[in-house]
Design a protein. Structure first.
Length: 123
């Protein structure tokens, strides 16, 4: 089973790549590195939580669903809706995600980055 979080991971990887042509001090560079590490850690925890929600869904093997998940500031489920894919899988996924415990956001910046997460599910 593959669960992809394309936008979130791309944001984490690209956040430290831009210097806007300016020289970046060591302290600024360390802040970016720390933020990237925190975001990467959150994404890994999120992926594990989502994968755990789908263990045992063998009846959907070979099916896909793309949906968007919204979380509140305390990383609790707010809503989710399908964007494309198998209707039954998407409904089951939304139900499973509603009861999943997600990693807490370490700061407001991380919350703004990940409060609305696209998820691609390929079982």
């Amino acid at each position: 089973m593959k669960v992809l979080i394309p936008l979130a991971l791309a944001c984490v990887m690209l956040a430290g790549c831009s210097t806007n042509g300016n020289n970046v001090s060591r302290a600024e560079s360390m802040k970016v590195t720390t933020a990237n590490n925190q975001n990467q850690h959150w994404v890994e925890g999120f992926q594990q939580a989502v994968k755990g929600a789908f263990s045992g869904m063998y009846s959907f093997k070979g099916k896909t669903c793309s949906l968007r998940l919204n979380l509140d500031r305390n990383a609790r489920f707010v809503s989710a809706w399908p964007e494309s894919g198998d209707k039954d899988l998407c409904e089951a996924a939304i139900t499973a995600l509603a009861y999943t415990q997600y990693p807490f956001f370490v700061n407001d910046e991380q919350y703004r980055l990940f409060r609305s997460v696209p998820i691609d599910i390929n079982l």
